[in-house]
Design a protein around this ligand. Sequence first.
Ligand code: GDP
Ligand code: MG
Length: 685
Amino acid sequence: MAYRFTLAGNPNSGKTTLFNYLTGSNAHVGNWPGVTVERKEGRYKKSKEQINIIDLPGIYSLSPYTAEEVVARDYLSQEKPDVVINIVDATNIERNLYLTTQLLELGIPTVIALNMMDEVKGRGDEIDAASLEKQLGVPVVPITATKGHGIDQLMERAIEVSKNHEIIDKNIFENTKISDAIKEISQLLKTNGYASSVYYAVRLLENDEKINEKLNLSKSLQSSIHEIITKKEKETEEEMETLIADLRYRYIGEVTVKHVKKGRKEGELSFSDKVDKIVTNRILGIPIFFFVMYLVFQISLGPISAFITDPFVTLTSEIIPEAVQNLLINAGASDVIIGLVIDGVFAGIGSVLGFLPLVVLLFLCLSILEDIGYMARIAFVMDRVFRRFGLSGKAFVPLLMGYGCAVPAIMATRTLEDERSRRLVITLMPFMSCGARIPVYAVFVGAFFASNRVLTTFSIYALGVVIAMLSCILLNKTVFKGEAAPFIMELPSYRLPTLRGISLHTWEKARGYVIKVGTILLAMSVVIWFCQAFNFSLQLVEEPSESIFGIIGNVIAPIFTLNGFGLVKGTTQVHWQIGAALLTGLIAKEAVVSTLGILYINEGLEELTGALGIALGAHFTPLAAYSFMVFVLLYAPCFAAIATAKKELGSWKWTLFTIAYQCGAAWVISFIVYQVGHLLGIGLV
Ligand code: GDP
Ligand code: MG
């Protein structure tokens, strides 16, 4: 029979790191709360018996305030795993033990993993695990998940506990103000034939609706319990929930006083605290953030990046296609095949694949910032700003994930407490320019703004943020009225990023990018090539503008006449290619580049070398190019993201609203950009 071991703990306590170590998988590890949204499962690789490890979302308590807490709690109480491995961030032991006190009530065999012992030692603190174990009544094993220290021992203890079925029914409320109330409720449950445990008794005392429903208590029993609560509240002159939380903290205080010795004197600031004084400073916080982001762009788009990217682009858009072309000619391939492979496949994916180094560098920088713990600070700094717009700083985490890919980012909105914030953040998500749009900017900036690469790209990203904020104000006053939930994300300590962590993140991104290029974009390139070579009656066309894409593009493009890119530069000719490109961009944003690459190649440009850049120059003015980038930045995300949004929003009404809003905003802003630029006479030739 397979055992099920569940990892439960606070966000950022190292669950995923431990999970990866145990299962040998590569799940995402991040130094900020709220990274694991979906439950993950894997098999413990070092044991003969089958032991499945389940990584739950991080939670602070079992009182369900957020969607994640509900997932975790339902899993624990309904599916009863064989062992709960409660992972505790030992550098923050007081806060982490809060969840522990609740887990111990569940009656599931539990083992506590005291993680981050390397940091505890580094600070000169000491934790007496053996005596802690005695007091808590469950095994306590010190570990350092990042280095794999203590993990074998942890698993040994966990297996032992699961074999012995060491059911614990810890009651930390013995000899407190509420011990009699707990006893009374337990007794009531038992005599009335209900499942009875400290867990249920405490939950019922806290007036937990969900437990009430689940136990399906009779009316009379409910009112007896209610009486007990009111009596107690009168007696103690305190609200029950506060009283219980207070008792938990009191218990934790007693435990830690006995078993934890701080190396640092009271009031002395740790390294993290000192850095935070500057980085999260009221005045300096935001300028520092912008400066850091500018550095990131400088590294990933500036000279360093050009040094790697340029040869790579030459490789993918010149050397390889030419070699393949020669190969095909020598092999006597027909013109249609050569056309498909060179003008279709290579024109389509070569230009996108060429920007792989750029994507990798950008994500390398972002994952270093994340691993250090800086991103969590930004969320904190941004909270002050966001609050004015009716969002909590917590919303910053999913929004920031949006720079990678909107799909996991939209799922990460589950960490937000209320439906209103979730809808709002999902609507704003595409304004955080996702990784798939990078090739679009790279191609356009390379063709029109090569001397100002960093600044131009930075301005596009910054515009996305500004539009997100303005939208927030607008939507908050109209569609999504309300107040932000209080900000309760805590700041993790700064950590040196691990080489493994960073290479893993970056590898994940690079791999994802290559896979996408090799599958979706490859297939799309073939379809695109087909759609521009044939018409609706499936006949080869002479003029691409009469092809399937020509016809569709001719309908779409005129919408953008006032935005500067609906007509071909300096003519009254409909720029149907952009209509087709924006359409394919809904399948994958990189396809905007592939499509233009394929469509322009047919315009009598013999050489592939630099062809896309030259063709762009012939079709767009610099201003129109910028306006086009703005449109691509803001308009609806790809279908995968839309489908995820639909799933998370749970309604077509809201999904359609978000799409309409995004496309509307994209049109209006790119219109303004173009018209203002036109008035000022910027970038017209
Ligand atoms: P989760 O949110 O609980 O899944 O936590 P993660 O596994 O994503 O880890 C959060 C952060 O803590 C990451 O930056 C990890 O590299 C770091 N971390 C995890 N375990 C340890 C440890 O034992 N020592 C140190 N110094 N850092 C750790
Ligand atoms: Mg995690």
